[in-house]
Design a protein around this ligand. Sequence first.
Ligand code: DQA
Length: 146
Amino acid sequence: MNILLLNGPNLNMLGQREPDQYGHQNLQTLVDDLTAQAESAGVSLEHFQSNAEHALIDRIHAALGNTDAIIINPGAFTHTSIALRDALLSVTIPFIEVHLSNVHARESFRHHSYFSDVAAGVILGLGPIGYSLALTAAINLPTNTK
Ligand code: DQA
């Protein structure tokens, strides 16, 4: 089973970026922890982070035919990107939307997501553990068999 982890803009700044919102863990250690979790579950996890919308879209297209589930934190593209939503719909790979912060407890422009209504599930407000929960959920999605 192959799972793709996607992180959108500014998530490369985790650890330094607004720690009150996003905590102190950096992206590399978050991905290392998740990779270890995937390995012990016997699944393959690939990670891609980009600050560029087109790069994320291209990576989603490249997942067609070789990926069972996607875990995505679209960052600020959550609230703006119809193009990224369309890319996910185009490959028909089930995906789980993750946010470190509780976007509903923040500015009103963060309350709308272009992804949530077409996601298999949404996890938010739990910090890095949300990624771990998303990985467990992705492995156990009803459509996926290891
Ligand atoms: C975020 C929430 C978004 O509103 C914000 O733009 C981010 C991070 C989160 O993980 O909480 O970049 O997706």
